[in-house]
Each structure stands twice: as structure tokens, then as C-alpha cells.
Design a protein around this ligand. Structure first.
Ligand code: GLU
Length: 590
């Protein structure tokens, strides 16, 4: 692409596009809508509008997904952005094929298994998180490039235009945005570039105001003009490396620098991976493969649940089984799963229906088993030569995993679908905004286990295990629904529970999404949303020994599409969580 020699003119052009496609009229957020043509569901109104604008300009679902993601980088910068990475699952209607693009952040070449240890003990989570050490080589821009280049129909310049307009003209700060900035005040005030953007006089930017991010608009314009290289080499790459290795901090604040090189950035590659494929009650389910653990864990849990007639059971009994299946899948996930380029995980065994049948026998339909030990899937591997066996029968304890990120989903008139989860890990990632470029750097390296022996310890060039689970479901070869959510390890349970709610408990997708979330990850107690303990549903489940731990926040912020038998599509976002999502379709029925 030729570099843009007329930046001022370009800004004008983007502003013009903004007024055309993003009129400032107050839109009411609609979490559910049915129509024809393309459809989109995201957690942010400007992001959904951006996707729709691209669809209306003739772009396909892939173009629109990148446009929405770039806009989310402006309006939801604490969850995602070009300083992070993600997983994109794409259905190509013409080829009837599902592919995935793994653009997960990667450990710099200087990483070792003990990089997060000091004096023989793991470092404190916050010490690592709020520092340059936690930053992985960002994969977002490379992922967008691969998506557009291979499957899109538009250029970076076209799809970034709506996001550039939002970053330039500003967006309305929501209550949710202001709350998240407030919760991260301590972290953000450590880094002047971050404080300048998201705090005002040391306090969170207030709800109701307009927030502009001209530096991010500049970064996007450089990508629009220079393509993927503008991020992975040259000035922006040097700014990233400097911010990681020598983060500029407020006076008296000391944080550790990382050890990232320009070569780490130049060498970054996205991976095209075959999706995890499983079946469930007549549906074909396609999920994210390793280093994503969600596709495998969801498939294992569904395989376990398939042996029960959940539909005909009282809800409490069905949900008890859902919780126990999730527990067993997490026991295996925690024990075995990690980056497949470093670890020989027993994926075929974990996905086998026979292994699921064995695991099913370990469920007591009347009594919770907590916590469960990992099973032995090796006997169900097609390759019996693999010598690894579970080292211990005791459960692998889950380490701290936080709950953030964003998920979006888009379809187009030709039937292409994108389910895309992308992240900078913690709310606000490492807390470090790259000075002059307006985006936060991830802290994705904290998704590694800080000590071993574990499959998921840090190593040079390795990708930390993820829970992000963008998922597509088909029936009789036709798209049925797409689903995904943010929320760290709760992503897996949110997607699993939504599928069970929809497929087994007969809930329409909006109800499946809005139902209280119960997240069992093989702990002593199941994480539930505030307000759930004490409810009739909770009391009924307690009879089979289920116990709760109320999370301070809502669990997840899911987005879904449902492809209806009459050819319409229903876009579904959250009806109450995360400030309510935004669902849009190209054509509403009259
Ligand atoms: N780092 C998480 C993962 O990849 C996503 C971030 C989050 O939701 O907390 O699983």
C-alpha cells in the first residue's frame, strides 16, 4: 500500500465518513433484533454501527468484524485493542468451511519457565501484571491482516475508517466505562500516558462526557496507510518495545521492564488452525483449538452431557449435571492443555465420546463432587505411543485468572459468519499506554502458570493457554448459531451454559443469554453472579450439594447470532450486563 501523504485530508475524509455513517443522533441500544441481510452483535453501539456501515458499503462479515473490533479498541479499550491478541472463527459460506485465526500474544524470545519467579517462589500476580514483564508480543494487527488479506474484500484503510472517526470525534463515556476506569485508577495512575487518557485529575473520566483518542486515531491511520508493517516494524514497533522495556512511570513509581526486542515483533506470526469439531444432539459445534482451551473443554463437557436426557429433567437436576460436567472438563483442561507447539496434549482422547462415557460414570446425579481429579484420556488417543500419563490423581488447582475481554459476532448477506473474541487480558491490560499511540499493552503473559511442572509454564515464543471460546454451531450443514463471551476462564462456562440453556432447556437465545450464570471450574464452590445465592434456583441446586461463591461482578458479556429456519437472522446481545449490548441487522422486516 502507498503511504498516505495527506494526513490532514485523510482526517477530513474520515470525519466525513463519520458524519455519513455515524450520525450523532442518540441511538437506543437494542440488545435483540431480527432481520435479513447481515447482522452484528457487540457490546458497543459505535462498534456495531461500524460493522453495519461496512456491510452496507458492500463489505463482507470479515471486513465488518475487523471494523467492529477496531472500534471496540476505541470504545472498550480496557478489554481489547491493537496492544493485545485474539481468536477469530470464520465460516466461509461459499466453501462451507470453518477456519480459525489464532493471533494470540506470544512470549518474547527471552522468556524462560522461571521468568515469573524470584528466590525460587512465584512473583505476586500484580507485580507481574502492572509491568513490562507481562506484555506478550501483540497479535491483533497481524490477525486482522490475515483475516482481511485471505478472506476479506476491503483494505485496512476502508475498514479502519469508522474507528478512526470515533477516535477522532470522540464517543460518549458510559457509566460502565467510567466505573472500569475508576476500578483501575491505581494501575492507570502509575503510567502518565495512561492517566492522561483515562483519568482526569487522578479520577476516572466521568460518565456522560465525550472521550477522544487522537493518538489512537493516528496509530490507526498509520496502519491504514502502511498496513501490517506499520505495526511490526518502524516507529510504532520501537515505541512498543520502549514502552515494554522501559515503561514511563509517575515519579516514585517503580515497575519492572520487560525484555521484548524488535525481532520479537518482526517475527510475530498469526496461525491458521483447524477448528475443534464436535457433535451435540444433532449440532456440529466448531470451536477454537489450542492454545485456546475452550473449544476442547466445551466439547468434552457436551460429550458428557449428551448421555443424559436433560430436556425431560427438572431444571435443577439438569443444571446439577451441567455443573458436574463442567467440573470434570476443567479438571482435564487444567491438567493437560497448553500451546500445541510446545506440549503434546491428549486432544483426541479428551474429545472422544468413549472417554466422555467414562467421565460420565464419575458423576453422581445427586451429589456434587468437588474438586475432581483429571481423568486419563491417553487410552482414548489414536496415538498410543504418547508416553505421558497424568502425574497425579489430585486435582490441579486453578491459578488466578481474571475476567475481561470482548466478544463480537457478525454475519453477512452471503452467509459468511465471524465469531471473534479478543483481549488485552486484565481490564486495562498491563496498564501501559504506548506513549503517542493511545493503546494499552496487554498483560497476556500472566495467563501462563507462574511455576511448574505444568504444561502451561512460560517458554520463549510460546502462547499462553487461553479460555477464549468463539463458537459456531451448525445443523444439517446449515448455520444454527454463533456464540462467545469475555470473562477469562468463565468464558468456557458461559458458552457451555448458553448452549445447554438453548439446546436442552429450550430457551430462546435472548433468555439463554440473560439467565443467571453459574460457572463451575472445579473449585470448592461455583462462581455465581450477585443475587443468585438465596434464589429458588440456588436452593434447589443446593439439595445436591452445590455451593456458591458470589462474584463481585456479572459473569461475561456474551453476543450471539441465531440463524432462523425462515432465513432471518436474530442478533442477540446482553439485555442487562455490561451496560447492555448492541444488536443490529441490515434489514428489519416491515
Ligand atoms: N486472558 C484471557 C484468556 O485468553 C482472556 C481475558 C479475560 O477474559 O480475562 O483466556
Amino acid at each position: 500500500m502507498t503511504p498516505d501523504r495527506h494526513p490532514a485530508r485523510t482526517v477530513l475524509l474520515y470525519s466525513l465518513i463519520a458524519t455519513l455513517v455515524l450520525p450523532s443522533a442518540a441511538w437506543t441500544k437494542t440488545p435483540v433484533v431480527t432481520g435479513t441481510g447481515g447482522a452484528v452483535a457487540t457490546i458497543s453501539e459505535p462498534a456495531s454501527r461500524a460493522a453495519l456501515a461496512i456491510l452496507d458499503q458492500g463489505g463482507n462479515a470479515i471486513d465488518a468484524a475487523v471494523a467492529a473490533a477496531a472500534t471496540l479498541g476505541v470504545t472498550d479499550p480496557f478489554s481489547c485493542g491493537i496492544g493485545g491478541g485474539g481468536f477469530m472463527v470464520i465460516y466461509l459460506a461459499r466453501d462451507k468451511r470453518v477456519i480459525t485465526i489464532d493471533h494470540r500474544e506470544t512470549a518474547p524470545a527471552g522468556f524462560t519457565p522461571t521468568v515469573f519467579q524470584e528466590n525460587g517462589a512465584p512473583m505476586k500476580f500484580e507485580t507481574v501484571r502492572d509491568s513490562g514483564m507481562s506484555v506478550g508480543v501483540p497479535g491483533t494487527v497481524r490477525g486482522w491482516h490475515e483475516a482481511l488479506d485471505r478472506y476479506g474484500s476491503m483494505s485496512f484503510k476502508q475498514v479502519l475508517a469508522p474507528a478512526i472517526a470515533v477516535a477522532t470525534d470522540g464517543f460518549a463515556v458510559s457509566e460502565n466505562f467510567s466505573r472500569m476506569a475508576g476500578e483501575n485508577k491505581a494501575k492507570f495512575s502509575m503510567f502518565p500516558a495512561t492517566a492522561a487518557l483515562y483519568l482526569k485529575n487522578g479520577e476516572a473520566v466521568a460518565a456522560g462526557g465525550t472521550l477522544r483518542n487522537p493518538d489512537l486515531a493516528k496509530a490507526y491511520r498509520e496502519l491504514a496507510a502502511g498496513g501490517v508493517k506499520a505495526f511490526y516494524s518502524g516507529k510504532m514497533a520501537r515505541a512498543v518495545v520502549d514502552a515494554v522495556n522501559r515503561p514511563a512511570t509517575a515519579p516514585d513509581v517503580r515497575v519492572r521492564g520487560g525484555n521484548m526486542t524488535l525481532a520479537d515483533l518482526a517475527n510475530y506470526e498469526a496461525r491458521l488452525r483447524q477448528p475443534v469439531h464436535s457433535t451435540y444432539r444433532g449440532y456440529d459445534i466448531y470451536g477454537m483449538p489450542l492454545p485456546g482451551s475452550g473449544g476442547i473443554a466445551i466439547a468434552e463437557a457436551l460429550n458428557i452431557l449428551e448421555g443424559y436426557d436433560l430436556k425431560s429433567m427438572p431444571r435443577a437436576r439438569a443444571e446439577h449435571l451441567y455443573l458436574e460436567a463442567s467440573r470434570l472438563a476443567f479438571a482435564d483442561r487444567n491438567a493437560y492443555l497448553a500451546d500445541p507447539e510446545y506440549v503434546d496434549a491428549p486432544v483426541a482422547g479428551l474429545l472422544s465420546k468413549d472417554y466422555a462415557a467414562l467421565r460420565r460414570q464419575q458423576i453422581d446425579p445427586a451429589q456434587a463432587r468437588k474438586p475432581a481429579a483429571a481423568g486419563d484420556p491417553y487410552a482414548f488417543q489414536s496415538d498410543q505411543s504418547v508416553p505421558l500419563r497424568p502425574a497425579t490423581a489430585s486435582p490441579v488447582k486453578m491459578l488466578k485468572e481474571s475476567a475481561h475481554t470482548t466478544h463480537l459476532t457478525v454475519s453477512d448477506k452471503d452467509g459468511n459468519i465471524v465469531a471473534y473474541t479478543y483481549t488485552i487480558e486484565d481490564w486495562g491490560g498491563s496498564g501501559i499506554v504506548v506513549p503517542g499511540y493511545g493503546f494499552l499493552l496487554n498483560n497476556e503473559m500472566t495467563d501462563f502458570d507462574f511455576s511448574g511442572p505444568r504444561p502451561n509454564v512460560p517458554e520463549a515464543g510460546k502462547r499462553p493457554r487461553s479460555s477464549m471460546s468463539p463458537t459456531l454451531a451448525f445443523r444439517n450443514g446449515k448455520p444454527a448459531f454463533s456464540i462467545g463471551s469475555p470473562g477469562g476462564a468463565t468464558i468456557i462456562t458461559t458458552v457451555l451454559q448458553t448452549i445447554v440453556n438453548h439446546v436442552d432447556l429450550g430457551m430462546a437465545m435472548p433468555d439463554a443469554l440473560n439467565a443467571p450464570r453459574l460457572s463451575e471450574r472445579n473449585g470448592e464452590a461455583t462462581d455465581v453472579e450477585p443475587g443468585f445465592p438465596g434464589s429458588a434456583q440456588a436452593v434447589a441446586l443446593e439439595k445436591s450439594g452445590q455451593r456458591w461463591s458470589a462474584t463481585p461482578e456479572e459473569i461475561g458479556a456474551a453476543n450471539a447470532l441465531v440463524f432462523n429456519p425462515d432465513g432471518t437472522v436474530t442478533a442477540v446481545s446482553e439485555g442487562r450486563r455490561h451496560g447492555i449490548g448492541s444488536a443490529l441487522v441490515q434489514k428489519k422486516p416491515h
